[in-house]
Design a protein around this ligand. Sequence first.
Ligand code: DAH
Length: 336
Amino acid sequence: MTLAELENAKAESLKEIAAANDAAAVEALRVKYVGRNGSIPALIKAMKGVPKEERPAFGKAVQAWRAEVEAALAAKGAGSSGEKAVDADLTLPGRWWGLGVKHPLSRVIEETAAIFGRLGFTVADGPELETKFNNFTALNTPAHHPSMDRSDTFWFGEDCLLRTQTSPVQIRTMMANKPPIRVICPGRTYRRDTTDATHSANFHQIEGLYVDTKPVSLADLKSVLAYFAKEMMGDGVTVRFRPHFFPFTEPSVEVDFTCHVCKGKGCNVCKQSGWIEVAGAGMVDPRVFGHVGYDAEKVSGYAFGFGVERIAMIKYGIPDIRWLYENDVRFLSQLA
Ligand code: DAH
C-alpha cells in the first residue's frame, strides 16, 4: 500500500464509521479496522515489506489512522477493549457506596497517641516476634514463671516467641536511647487463650514508659493516667490504683477508671462497683534498669500497659471482643 492508498483507505474507514448507526455496526467496524485481525494491525505487521526509507513516514501514517479510527469508534460508543456499546444516561446521579470508617481499635490507638503526644510522648515500635530476653528475662520475669509456659505462649524454638505483651518494647527503647524517655508503644500481642467473649489469642496493648534522671513518682503516673482517662472517656472519669504485682515494676498497681457510663455511681456495666479495670502499671523495677544498662541509682520511671480491646469495648459499649475481628460492616458502620 502506498501512502496515497493509505490516506484513501483512512478516509473510507472514517466515512463508514460516521455512517454506522447502531452498536452492532460500530462493533463490526471496530473488528474490521482495529480488531486483532483487522486491517490496521495487518498493515503494522506488514511494515517489514515497506522500503526502509519510506518506513518512518508510513509508520506514522498508520499510527495516525489507528488513532483517528479509535477516536471515531469511541465517539460512537465502542469500548476500545471490545465491549459492546451501551446506552447510558450520563445525567443520572451516581450510586453512593458510603464512606468507610476507622476500625475501633485503630481509633483507640490513634487517639491514645494523640493524647500522650500532647504530654510529650512519642510512639515507639517493636517486632511481634521477640526474644525470650526482651519479653521475659529483661522484664525480671522469674525463670519458671507460668506465663513462659508452652501452654500460655507461642514459642518458636528455645529463644523466639510471639510477644505476650508490649512490654518488650520498653527494653528495646531503653537499650537504644538514653533518658529522658517518654514513649507509648501500641501493638499486637499473642497468648494461647481460647477465644470467647472477652479473650482472643491475638489482641492489642499499648505500653507506656517514662524514665528520667529527675525523680519520677507514682503521683506523676497517676496524674498522667487521670489526664488520659478524662481525654479518652470524657469528663468525670478518673483513676484509682489497687496494689498488685508485676515482675517489672515495684511497686505495681492495677488501674481502674471510674465507670464512664454511671460516672462511678454503680451500674450493670461496672457490676455496681463504679470502677472498671483497664491497665497494669507501676514504677520501673531497678532490676529492669540493670538489664538495659541504666544506673538504677541515677534514673527512675514509671510504666503502664493496657489492652486496646478493653478500652474500645468500654468506650463504645461493645459486649463481645470477637466483634472487633469479624469485620462485619453492620457492626463497624455503627461507629460512623
Ligand atoms: N505487660 C502487662 C500485661 O500484659 C501489663 C503491664 C503491667 C505493663 C504493668 C506495664 C506495667 O508496663 O508497668 O499484663
